[in-house]
Unconditional design. Structure first.
Length: 179
């Protein structure tokens, strides 16, 4: 009977949802040029802040003409060029997205430019910086920043714990039988 209870308990734990994605998070954004300390003055992000959901979340406009669509998914940020642009060389020339509420970005494990652009991304506190300095983009080119899982799967961890308790119970039972 105790084994059956442990098995049922373990299976019930598998149904617990994991919060390993960005959906529902509140983000704010800013464009930075020349460094990451002070936002560039000639940009707008609409809406700002925005809540991560399905589809495109925001439109970024830099220098009143350069548009970029911002789509944040469960575990990735995708920037899509709305206009052709050559980003100037600078210490930093790119987007900063700050997590206002949510589970956090997690470490970026891949940054891919659809046309082979050499884009970098890094985390500084709760802000993700995506540096586009010196890169050329045609309309429709994308940059995708993928993240590792932010939290482990709770059901798997709890199932592991329940299994360890079962092994402990079996070893204690054997010890009592051998006396």
């Amino acid at each position: 009977m105790p084994r059956l209870l442990l098995a049922v308990f373990g299976l019930a734990l598998l149904a617990l949802p994991a919060r390993a994605d960005l959906l529902g998070s509140l983000l704010a954004g800013a464009w930075f040029y020349g460094g990451t300390a002070t936002p560039y003055e000639a940009y707008s992000l609409t809406p700002d802040p925005f809540t991560v959901g399905a589809g495109q979340e925001a439109v970024l406009v830099v220098d009143y003409t350069v548009t970029t669509l911002v789509d944040v998914g469960a575990s990735a940020v995708v920037l899509t060029a709305g206009t052709q642009v050559d980003y100037g060389m600078a210490a930093f020339n790119g987007l900063g997205l700050t997590m206002l509420s949510g589970p956090g970005f997690g470490p970026a494990f891949s940054v891919i430019g659809s046309a082979g652009q050499a884009v970098t991304a890094f985390l500084q506190g709760n802000t993700l910086f995506i540096d586009l300095a010196g890169q050329h983009f045609e309309v429709g080119d994308t940059v995708t920043v993928d993240f590792a899982a932010v939290v482990p799967e709770p059901g798997a961890l709890l199932l592991l714990g329940a299994g360890l308790l079962g092994v402990l119970a079996l070893s204690r039972r054997r010890a009592l039988l051998l006396r």
